[in-house]
Ligand binder design. Structure first.
Ligand code: ZN
Length: 220
């Protein structure tokens, strides 16, 4: 491995640690919940481990997996950190990478806004329009409509993998999948875009909830 490649490899690991620390401060990965992955090349991705305090994550604690399988048990682990368990999100992440080959990073957030919104919306999707923050989403416009699918939660997160793969196919314009009472998966074509998407979606989720409260008071 060349020095340049080594540096780049370290940078991607550090980005995940810094991102998890930042997302912890936003309440997206608290209580060891949530997750994060970055693709290091077309066939390999780094993934934060399961059950760790994400704000204390270290670069050497990340899993490196091969992106060639789509089932949880079939995933090939290239690097396994000592005493760490692979994330239950792994097969969901790899299925999203499979369906969106252009995606470079995926954030799994346990944001309270995502969880609450799915308690209000009983449908299998939610549509946003007329918010300036829509412009931060890929293909998003102020006057246009942007729809995000909602899946029902299951007891074991890895059991969502096939449903996520299917719904990502059905909603090609969305860069997110909400999971009812649980959270959201959000991706982007770079880490920076995934972060911007996560911030814009969370703003839209919170705005939606606040709008419903105002509507209940006949104020919106
Ligand atoms: Zn989760």
């Amino acid at each position: 491995m060349t020095l340049k490649k080594e540096l780049s490899f370290f940078e991607e690991r550090q980005i995940i640690c810094d991102a998890c620390n930042l997302f912890y401060s936003k309440g997206w990965v608290s209580g060891t919940g949530g997750g994060m992955t970055i693709k290091v090349n077309d066939t390999e991705a780094l993934i934060a481990p399961s059950g760790v305090q994400k704000e204390q994550l270290k670069p050497e604690e990340l899993f490196l997996v091969k992106l060639q399988h789509n089932s949880h048990w079939g995933i090939e682990i290239i690097e396994k950190p000592e005493n760490k368990k692979i994330s239950a999100c792994t097969s969901i992440f790899t299925n999203i990478y499979k369906e969106r080959p252009e995606a470079k990073a995926i954030i799994h957030s346990h944001s309270i806004n995502a969880a609450l919104l799915t308690k209000i919306v009983k449908n299998k999707k939610v549509t946003f329009s007329k918010y300036e923050m829509l412009k931060g989403l890929q293909g998003g416009t102020y006057f246009g409509e942007h729809t995000v699918p909602i899946l029902n939660n299951v007891e074991s997160e890895c059991d969502l993998a096939e449903a996520v793969e299917q719904i990502v196919k059905e909603y090609p314009l969305s860069s997110a999948v909400l999971v009812r009472d649980h959270g959201v998966y959000i991706w982007g074509n770079s880490y920076q875009q995934a972060k911007v998407h996560a911030e814009c979606y969370d703003y839209l989720f919170e705005a939606f909830i606040e709008e419903q409260k105002l509507k209940a008071l006949n104020l919106a």
